[in-house]
Design a protein around this ligand. Structure first.
Ligand SMILES: NC(=O)C1=CN([C@@H]2O[C@H](COP(=O)(O)OP(=O)(O)OC[C@H]3O[C@@H](n4cnc5c(N)ncnc54)[C@H](OP(=O)(O)O)[C@@H]3O)[C@@H](O)[C@H]2O)[C@@H](O)CC1
Ligand SMILES: Nc1ncnc2c1ncn2[C@@H]1O[C@H](COP(=O)(O)OP(=O)(O)O)[C@@H](O)[C@H]1O
Ligand SMILES: [K+]
Length: 474
């Protein structure tokens, strides 16, 4: 798992590192890595490095110092470097001297450049960019390499208010920060390269993690020699209604394809589910469904009395439950339903922002913080949907799944996700990990289904085997 650390944790690690290594050495190591990425981008975009032009946007702190030192390293490779100082009297003195020694130019106006280095502000960024910095950023048209993070984005939330740098590449130090993985800042970061300049060992336990594909592969349940359809977990799907039978088909299909266990469908769409997924066992009600090891409840269920009864029954069944869509709305409208559940029943709630607002209040700009808080308060795993999906457990664990594309953003796609989660819960997987692995495969299936053109949710279901195959081949 790759870690994500908040700025206060990075600051603490920095202080510990300074007892071993002087600050200036850490800065030069950081700057050297930035220079390497700038050179690579120059080569990619212009076919060379020597003779190309780089502009440095330099703020008042060490982020600007990194940029100035990177400029000095680039001068050694024959690059024409001009530093634009936002606060000339406060620019990092050593970095400025190094750039000048190396033959770099220094000014206050933006010049034409092949690549721009963003050293306006880093870990100390607070609030939207100040007007002078914002005006400078808005004039840049060349590709940008951001030092540590894209200026204008909040380091700890990825929130952006007002103008901000949109980088091709961000070079960050020690480990990722929240800005690199959630919110608009994650998109503004571009491709993120993490360089361990000696901080890594000091960082300690991360505040959040990103699942690697290999970890998803290891966790994904596949049948062993002694398995049968029951031992792999039976998934119950309580979804769909006369108005929305499609949701039942999508959620059941995802569960059918996710593992080799059995799927039992319970609801008014039994006929259509049986026809589309003949391997499932479809009945009209949860009471008649038989034994299951997990339930998925909510997609297309409706928010009426019948739906409420289904949610109540499923929450009382004593097995892990994935609560999605209409079931979330029902729980929000009727807290007694939630309070009546057995608190030992593991629950995964999968809201999008509007559903989240109903059960836990507005998400706000801190998506990780809001999800973690909701998981603690509700005593359930909460999966907050979006371009970056955030999954928090009641014990404080948080993982983030960053989508590589926005293809999952299509009608019915959430129903597919809930079916995947249900199947993994039935296999006995830890609910937090199950939600994370499902989000990973869901998003990959959407990308495979789309293959460059919009694909509906039913095609995402069809691509689940290819996604699992691809994960397992990693
Ligand atoms: N972690 C590590 O191990 C290492 C860290 N290193 C580097 O140090 C960086 C952190 O440096 P830092 O602490 O000196 O501050 P930094 O982010 O440059 O801010 C500078 C000044 O910006 C200002 N400012 C604030 N908000 C603003 C806004 N919205 N819009 C405009 N301006 C704003 C504010 O100025 P003030 O309020 O004082 O006027 C602030 O003092 C870190 O990101 C990394 O690049 C590496 O060198 C090596 C190892
Ligand atoms: N911009 C986006 N980029 C990537 N994935 C997205 C984006 N927006 C939404 N998603 C994903 O698409 C799915 C949408 O689910 P949901 O909103 O429940 O849709 P529906 O109710 O139509 O099934 C979620 O898995 C969510 O994380
Ligand atoms: K920056």
């Amino acid at each position: 798992m790759r870690g994500v650390w908040t700025t206060d944790r990075v600051r603490a690690a920095e202080q510990r590192a300074f007892t071993r290594v002087p600050e200036s050495r850490l800065m030069r190591a950081a700057a050297f890595a930035v220079a390497g990425e700038v050179a690579a981008l120059l080569a990619e975009r212009t076919g060379g490095v020597a003779g190309r032009r780089v502009a440095l946007l330099v703020g008042a702190g060490n982020n600007g110092g990194d940029a100035l030192w990177a400029g000095a390293f680039l001068r050694r490779r024959g690059v024409a470097v001009t530093a634009v100082l936002l606060a000339p009297e406060r620019a990092h003195a050593e970095g400025l001297a190094a750039l000048r020694r190396a033959g770099g130019r220094v000014g206050t106006e933006l010049v034409e450049a092949d690549v721009v280095v963003d050293g306006i502000v880093g870990l100390s960024a607070r609030g939207p960019l100040r007007p002078d910095a914002a005006a400078l950023v808005e004039r840049v048209s060349a590709p940008i390499v951001a030092v540590d993070l894209p200026s204008g984005a909040d380091p700890d939330t990825g929130a952006i208010e007002g103008p901000a740098v949109h980088a091709e590449v961000t070079v960050t130090f020690g480990g990722r920060k929240p800005v690199h993985v959630v919110g608009p800042g994650a998109i503004a970061s571009g491709w993120v390269r993490v360089v361990d300049i000696g901080l890594g060992a000091e960082l300690g336990e991360p505040d959040a993690v990103l699942l690697d594909r290999a970890e998803v592969a290891r966790a994904w349940p596949v049948p062993g020699p002694t398995d049968d359809k029951y031992s792999q977990g039976v998934t119950g799907v309580a979804a769909g209604s006369a108005t929305y039978p499609g949701a039942a088909v999508l959620a059941s299909g995802a569960a059918v394809l996710a593992t080799s266990g059995l799927v039992r469908y319970a609801g008014t769409a039994a006929e259509v589910v049986r026809t589309r997924w003949p391997e499932s066992v479809a009945t009209g009600s949860v009471t008649d469904a038989g034994r299951v090891q997990s339930w998925v409840v909510g997609p297309g269920l409706g928010t009426g009395k019948a739906g409420r009864g289904v949610v109540a029954e499923v929450l009382g069944a004593g097995v892990p439950v994935c609560v999605d869509a209409d079931a979330i709305t029902l729980l929000a409208a009727d807290p007694a339903l939630w309070d009546a559940r057995d608190p030992d029943t593991p629950v995964v709630l999968t809201p999008h922002d509007r559903e989240f607002a109903r059960i836990a209040g507005e998400v706000g700009s801190d998506r990780i913080g809001a999800t973690r808080q909701a998981a603690r308060t509700l005593g359930a795993v909460v999966l907050l949907k979006g371009n970056s999906t955030v999954v928090a457990a009641p014990d404080g664990r948080v993982l983030v799944n960053q989508a590589r594309s926005a293809w999952p953003a299509t009608a019915g796609s959430g129903d597919v996700l809930s079916g995947l989660i249900g199947a993994l819960l039935a296999s006995g997987m830890d609910p937090w990990l199950a939600a994370g692995c499902a989000a990973h495969v869901h998003e990959l299936a959407a990308e495979i289904a789309a293959d460059g053109a919009p694909a509906p949710a039913s095609h995402i279901v069809d691509a689940i085997p290819a996604a699992i195959r691809s994960v397992r081949a990693s």
